[in-house]
Design a protein around this ligand. Structure first.
Ligand code: ADP
Length: 165
């Protein structure tokens, strides 16, 4: 009998996906049989998103099509519940600075108490993306700055249309 596929989820708001996210996704995709990018549909933490969940998913799908084992789906429940529903044993997160660490440590403890069977795995951000965030990219685009090199070309164009002035 074939072993169960190793499935992991990568949760986040991805509003929009950045080259930092894509770096983590491509590095994680070689570690698992299947990588599911879980895109927050109704975030309770963050303010309203610039792009709809469908748009954010489209950006991710087109930027990861070459990887072959990655798909993006919306979710609006506890990450651990979603992981279990998908048959995932792991949650993969990217870690940038100390601030990410503090938040992730808290989330890790909470998730562990809710679901000790789902392990969280952290990949360190590549140095060139250590200070790259979706909110930073949106701020740059709002003031007409150049975001090419920080996000996929399609995303840079759409950001300019949505936020540029
Ligand atoms: P953001 O904080 O940019 O809004 P998300 O909420 O979409 O990002 O985060 C999804 C996941 O991607 C989180 O684990 C976050 O730490 C990680 N991540 C975000 N940006 C980067 C980056 N530049 N390098 C590595 N990981 C990142």
């Amino acid at each position: 009998m074939a072993p169960d596929p190793r499935i992991a989820i990568c949760p986040g708001s991805y509003d929009p996906v950045t080259n930092g996210h894509l770096d983590i996704i491509s590095r994680a995709s070689v570690m698992f049989d299947e990588l599911i990018i879980a895109v927050v549909n109704a975030s309770v933490r963050k303010s309203k998103s610039v792009f709809t969940a469908e748009e954010r998913i489209g950006f991710i799908e087109r930027a990861t099509a070459h990887l072959g084992n990655v798909r993006a789906v919306p979710f609006d429940k506890l990450v651990v519940d979603f992981a279990r529903e998908q048959g995932a044993k792991a949650i993969v997160k990217g870690l940038r600075a100390i601030s990410d660490f503090e938040y992730e440590l808290e989330m890790n403890q909470l998730n562990r108490s809710l679901a000790s069977d789902v392990e969280s795995i952290y990949l360190m951000a590549s140095p060139q993306y250590s200070f790259l965030s979706s909110s930073g990219v949106k701020e740059i685009a709002t003031f007409g700055g150049d975001v090419s090199g920080l996000v996929p070309e399609e995303v840079a164009r759409r950001l300019q249309e949505a936020l540029g002035r």
